[in-house]
Design a protein around this ligand. Structure first.
Ligand code: PEP
Ligand code: MG
Length: 551
């Protein structure tokens, strides 16, 4: 029959037989407990604690983004409000099974009603509830099947506990009927480079054992492929594998225009993986990630050791280190521990560094010392720069320490709109599209209820990027992109068309972005960008760019 449509994650393609996720446990009966409230409370508590411990163990085994997700789930499993809800039902005479089922369902409904990012977390709650129920009933928790051969996993939505421990050599692709591009299935598939199509509403109709083609680039699942279609898919799979195995050359457009493809890193230990994936250097090293949770400022020695380790991995290559970016989503108590009503608009980024100039000077000292001891091409930049005066302050200070290349992050509309004045005082600009989108759209990037606004495809954001790109071209200064936007293969082309000269991203995104930009000339990229700029909204810009890229 048919082609199912959903949201593709990444650009991969896979073929294989469908294996469906084990079905959920049946809803427990709503009956009065024969054991009595005290015994039921103990049973419920024991099961929830055991599930939390199991999730914590999975978190420790998983590492990476999966670890954070699973740790959050472990906390939900023992959440005091949920526990109170469960107890309240037991006090009314319910069994532990019913109380858990009903209390979790209540939470799920609340999340779904909020919608957006939080709505997409609803599947996480179902998974925890199922695990607790399985524990109470003494049966195995529903989970990823293990048929003993590679397969395409089809599920309603995958819980983080499942995706985190997927055997990558067995799972050819993921197809879910629920979940959107920001669901955990999508986030983790992206991180692990698994071919995935999420939110394919008709996936429930896929039957066990059917051979399907999962095409993430097209966002489709073909459940009755012809032999020609299977052959074409096999060819694409082989050519992607061959490209991944070939050492990547420097990033370039189809006409040879060089576009450096760089890595976003949070710790020096991730450098080797970035190099293996073809990173030409580092476009954003988030130094605050080294010290999150610290109550005191790191010493010069601690910092120097970390920077030396980083720079040593990139001998002869560019490494852009961002000075500590404290505030809002990245709290650093030693830079600002004041309670602020609107921390995203508060004393953060360069503002916080400047208020503790001794810490800023220590960081510049450590960077200069690490630079002197290594052979990478160190660039330094300040976070959250708003004004021309701040730009001049930071670059002058960096030069005082002998740091040769000093620039600023453009993450605030004010500095984007005055990019020509800002760039007059800086060696380069790097656009942080995550914050630039947050401030342009007036939507807190941490708030699920406004997640729909947080889309860097919005033409208002693109126009600001153009301001910076144009200023960079006029003044002959590099303009990089280091927000998530650079990891979107089509948006990357648009950003280049708007004047970006380098793109920095999570290393797992490098090969798809490399391939995407290599298919377009600079003239193409400018034409595609121009069509996106004319749209009314983010969806329109994406559709216009896609259309322009295909013609
Ligand atoms: C950004 O804001 O786009 C950025 C790269 O910085 P961070 O995500 O660390 O705030
Ligand atoms: Mg930022």
């Amino acid at each position: 029959m048919s082609i199912l449509r959903g949201v593709g994650i990444g650009q991969g393609i896979a073929t294989g037989p469908v294996v469906r996720m084990a079905p959920a446990l049946p809803e427990p009966a709503h009956e009065t407990s024969a054991r009595g409230a005290d015994a039921e409370r103990v049973r419920a508590r024991e099961a929830m604690t055991a599930v939390a411990a199991d999730l914590q163990q999975r978190a420790d085994a998983a590492g990476g983004a999966a670890q954070d997700v699973l740790e959050a789930q472990a906390m939900i499993a023992e959440d005091p409000t949920l526990t109170d809800e469960v107890d309240a039902r037991i006090d009314e005479g319910a069994t532990a099974e019913w109380a858990v089922h009903d209390a979790f369902a209540g939470f799920r409904a609340t999340l779904e009603a909020v919608g957006g990012y939080l709505g997409e977390r609803a599947a996480d709650l179902d998974d925890i509830a199922q695990r607790v129920l399985a524990r109470l009933q003494g049966v195995a928790a529903p989970g990823v099947p293990d048929p003993g051969h590679p397969f395409v996993l089809v599920a309603r939505d995958l819980a983080p506990a499942d995706t985190a421990l997927l055997k990558l050599d067995q799972v050819l692709a993921l197809v879910t009927s629920d979940g959107g591009p920001t669901s955990h299935t999508a986030i983790l598939a992206r991180e692990k480079g698994i071919v995935a199509v999420v939110g394919a509403a008709d996936a429930a109709a896929l039957t066990e054992g059917t051979t399907v083609i999962v095409d993430a680039a097209a966002g489709t699942v073909n459940d009755s492929p012809t032999s020609e279609e299977l052959a074409a898919a096999a060819e694409r799979i082989a050519s992607r594998a061959a490209e991944d195995a070939t050492p990547a050359g420097p990033g370039a457009l189809a006409d040879g225009t060089p576009i450096s493809l760089l890595a976003n890193l949070g710790k020096p230990a991730d450098a080797a993986d970035a190099v293996a994936r073809g990173a030409e250097g580092v476009g954003l090293f988030r130094t605050e990630f080294l010290f999150l949770g610290a109550s005191q400022a790191p010493t010069i020695e601690q910092q120097r050791a970390a920077y030396v380790e980083l720079l040593s991995a990139f001998e002869g290559r560019k490494v852009v280190v961002r000075l500590l970016d404290a505030g809002a989503d990245k709290p650093l108590a030693f830079l600002n521990d004041a309670h602020e009503e609107n921390p995203a608009l508060g004393l953060r980024g360069l503002r916080a560094l400047r208020a503790s100039e001794d810490i800023l000077r220590e960081q510049l000292t450590a960077l200069a010392e690490a630079d002197a001891a290594t052979a990478a091409d160190l660039w330094v930049m300040a976070p959250m720069v708003t004004t021309v005066e701040e730009t001049a302050y930071f670059t002058a200070l960096a030069k005082e320490y002998g740091l040769r290349t000093a620039g600023v992050m453009v993450e605030v509309p004010a500095s984007a709109l005055l990019a020509d004045r800002v760039l007059a005082h800086a060696d380069f600009a790097s656009i942080g599209t995550n914050d630039l989108t947050q401030y342009t759209m007036a939507a807190d990037r941490l708030l699920g209820s406004v997640a729909g606004f947080q889309d860097p495809w919005h033409p208002a954001v693109l126009r600001l990027v153009r301001e910076v790109g144009d200023a960079g071209a006029r003044l002959d200064k590099p303009v990089g992109i280091c927000g998530e936007a650079a990891a979107d293969p089509l948006l990357a082309v648009v950003l280049v068309g708007l004047g970006a000269t380098s793109l920095s991203m999570a290393p797992s995104a490098l090969s798809d972005v490399r391939r995407s930009i290599s298919q377009h000339t600079l003239e193409d990229a400018r034409r595609i960008a121009a069509s996106a700029l004319l749209a009314d909204d983010a969806a329109g810009a994406r559709a216009a760019a896609l259309d322009a890229a295909q013609h």
